[in-house]
Structures are given as C-alpha cells and as structure tokens.
Design a protein around this ligand. Sequence first.
Ligand SMILES: N[C@@H](CCC(=O)N[C@@H](CS)C(=O)NCC(=O)O)C(=O)O
Length: 201
Amino acid sequence: MELWYAPTSPFARKVRVAAHELGLADGLRLVEVNPWTDARLRALNPLAKVPTLVLDDGEAVWESGLIAERLEAVAGGRALFPSAGPERWRALSLQALADGAGAAAGRLFADENRRPDERSEAMLVRFRQAIGASLDHLEGAELRSDPTIGEISVAVLLGYLDFRWPGRPWTAERPRLQAWYGVFAERTSMVESRHRRTAAA
Ligand SMILES: N[C@@H](CCC(=O)N[C@@H](CS)C(=O)NCC(=O)O)C(=O)O
C-alpha cells in the first residue's frame, strides 16, 4: 500500500498515526507530494488532496476518516472505530470536531500568511473562534489513553496547532487537555509521524 502525504498535513498525519496504531506502518510506502502542484495526485484522487491511500490492487481511497477505516479493515485486528452504540458516536463526534478545527487551523495559517489586502479579517476571527471554541469543548470532553479514531484526531489537531503556532499558549487555559496530550504525544505513532516543514509550506 502507498500513502500519498505531505509532512505539513494534519489529515495525513492522522492516517499515519492510525496506521502505526494498527500495526501497519511498516507495510505503508510513503509518497511525499505537494497537493497543490503535483498532477499525479489528481490522477489518483479527483480532489487532489492528501492523504490519499493506494491499496495493493490499485484502488485509491480519499478522506482521512475513510482511509483510517479501510486500514482498520486491512489490519483485521485492533479497532480504532468502535462498532456500535455510544462508544462509536463518542469517537466519531470527536473525530468530526477535531477535523473541523484542523481545517479551520489550516485555513487560518494560510490566510495569516497572505498580504493584508488579500485576506478577510472577519474570516480570520471566525477561524480563531472555531478553533478556540473547539478546544474549550475538548477541555471538558472524555479523552482516553487507549486511542480510538477520536483520540487520534484530537491529538493530531493539537500537534498541528503546536507546529504552526509554537508560541501560542493554548494549553495554559486548558489543563486537562494539556495533561492528556502530554501523555498521548509520547506514543510511538505520534513521535514517528511528527510534522516537518517543507519548501512548499
Ligand atoms: N477532509 C479531508 C481534508 C484533506 C485536506 O484538506 N488536505 C489538504 C492538506 S492538509 C490538501 O490536500 N489540500 C489541497 C487542496 O485543498 O487542494 C481529509 O480528512 O482527508
């Protein structure tokens, strides 16, 4: 299997963490790509986004959540997606919130780096509100040390915030989240998938 990824992408990192947790990382060939410029990616995925997974039979899979679920099916053992009931809704709800905040963070980072006349202050405020309110919600949420796709998505969001805004003290007002993340970030899956700056971003 191949994972087309960018080292700056939180969604690609989410899939890399999931692959590690499922014991599949060694069998995953990483293909680094700039999704904005590399035409090969659109030939695989009409959306030209990372992550994109290419299965051994050539089928391409897009969307980090769907990719993680396909990897879980390949692994056939450990479950990152609880099968039913409140546990499943808890994990999927965390994933949806963290992914939404991650998308807002990606847009915020891109917009902060545009010229002032090319960006909307109102949108910057809106992205910051989405991120801040999501973190406030997560501060009160139940987060486990044993990862589901929900915990993985939250940890990847926090890792992305640290990567893009290293000086930003998001943890200071959120001690529970800080304590949980301090432990989770030490997992091999998180350490092995750390973000890295590229020439593109
Ligand atoms: N919802 C998608 C988001 C993926 C995404 O937005 N990836 C970004 C990089 S972080 C990308 O490839 N952007 C290129 C583009 O939007 O054309 C997922 O969960 O996989």
